[in-house]
Design a protein around this ligand. Structure first.
Ligand SMILES: Cc1ncc(COP(=O)(O)O)c(C=O)c1O
Length: 411
């Protein structure tokens, strides 16, 4: 007789701390949509939700690859012409000590593989606070305790070196840099990269430098790759197609391993074991990597022009709005304003969706210094949409909290 009693299948307890606030808010938005309202989505970093188009020549390349029968499994590290093109890109980024290149299903998979290949139980990796939440999610999945270092809002969100030093333990194996940064839009200075490199040398760390937004610099300064500044330090530079080439749905990313060959050999072999175990990254899409990296880059001029104008509008709004202040973003398409309110930023964000139908993400979803509150804006929408959304947020702040700044958060 089959038993009729249902037994609950529990999820692993180490998943308890896995959160992805960016998508978790969708439930609140669904309520509002069910009531017949349209939500202004300033929460997800997908340019294709807005007026940005994939360069047609890279779509053609994938179409051709499919027609040419590139529909089976690819080699685990990636197809040779893509790997060669990424090596060329590493050269243009000034990385001179490339030891290995591999292609993944988005930078998300690079993050997963690179962290999984590094840490043993009881060890840790330093991650920024605030951070892109995938890093802490993967570490939780691996059963690794989080060890976050602060980004200093008063120093344009640069990593706080003294905090990094104080968090280092003999069991710390690596450090994550996100540059340009999500959620703050900041860029690391050369001096900062040099100081992190010095720490990495002294403490035998590998650096994971997430540079997925490296072509989306908004103030005309060249992007500085960590591995170019510190060619001797073991490093994996993360890059991908999602943002720079406007194809987040294709799931194409990569890792560039650099440093001294002997220092990264065993670790790279570990990464390749995992690459083989998961078979391969999306196959036909890999044929877009060479035309993307080596072909016309014209779309970037238009993307940067739009983003600069939307960043400026965002910054002006932040400066003009009571209770809001913001370090001006210099790269990517995120702003991370501080907000001075007498309740949690999670309540602020949820009520904002319910009352004004504008969706941003609360700072507590990324991490922030205790006692501070923030929210992340994605400034991808056009100026008209942003203006409407910002008017809604300003009204909400005035109606709910009044104009007066009461707490110690004011800057
Ligand atoms: C800093 C950062 N790293 C990695 C990713 C994941 O990118 P992908 O689409 O390549 O998986 C994102 C996506 O928003 C990101 O912001």
């Amino acid at each position: 007789m089959p038993s009729t009693q249902a037994h609950e299948i529990s999820a692993a307890s180490r998943l308890e701390h896995v959160r992805y606030a960016i998508r978790d808010l969708a439930c609140v938005a669904d309520e509002v949509v069910k009531q017949g309202h349209k939500v202004l989505p300033l929460n997800v970093g997908d340019p294709l939700n807005f007026d940005f188009q994939t360069p047609p020549h890279i779509i053609e390349a994938v179409y051709k690859a499919m027609r040419d029968g590139k529909n089976g499994y690819a080699p685990s590290p990636g197809v040779p012409e893509a790997i060669e093109a990424i090596r060329g890109e590493a050269g243009r980024k000034g990385i001179t000590t490339v030891q290995d290149v591999f292609v993944t299903a988005g930078v998300s998979e690079t993050v997963d593989l690179c962290l999984s290949a590094l840490v043993n139980p009881g060890e840790d990796v330093l991650t920024p606070c605030p951070d892109y939440p995938l890093y802490s999610a993967v570490l939780c999945k691996l059963g690794i305790g989080l060890n976050a270092y602060d980004l200093n809002e008063d120093d344009a969100w640069q990593p706080e070196l003294a905090d990094i030093e104080s968090k280092l333990t003999p069991r710390t194996r690596g450090i994550v840099l996100i540059n340009p940064n999500n959620p703050t839009g900041s860029l690391c200075t050369r001096q900062m990269l040099e100081q992190v490199a010095e720490l990495a040398r002294r403490h035998n760390l590998i650096v994971f430098s997430d540079e997925i937004y490296d072509k989306l610099i908004l103030d005309g300064t060249p992007h500085l790759a960590f591995a170019a500044v510190a060619p001797d330090v073991p490093c994996v530079t993360f890059g991908g197609m999602s943002k720079n080439y406007l194809v987040p749905g294709w799931r194409i990313g990569w890792g560039i391993v650099s440093g001294e060959a002997a220092a990264v050999k065993a670790y790279t072999e570990g990464v390749h074991r995992l690459l083989r175990a998961r078979l391969c990254a999306n196959h036909p899409e890999q044929y877009a990597i060479r035309p993307a990296l080596e072909g016309p880059q014209d779309h970037l001029i238009e993307v940067q022009r739009k983003l600069r104008s939307r960043r400026d509008l965002t910054q002006k709004w932040c400066e003009a709005t009571p209770r809001v202040s913001c370090v001006a973003p210099r790269g990517a398409f995120y702003a991370y304003p501080k907000i001075d309110i007498p309740e949690s930023d999670e309540i602020f964000v949820k009520e904002l969706i319910r009352q004004k139908h504008v969706m941003v993400v609360h700072g507590s979803g990324f991490g922030q210094k205790p006692g501070t509150q923030h929210f992340r804006i994605v400034f991808l929408p056009d100026e008209k949409t942003l203006t409407k959304a910002y008017a809604g947020i300003a009204d909400f702040i005035r109606e709910r909290y009044g104009k007066a700044v009461v707490s110690v958060n004011a800057r």
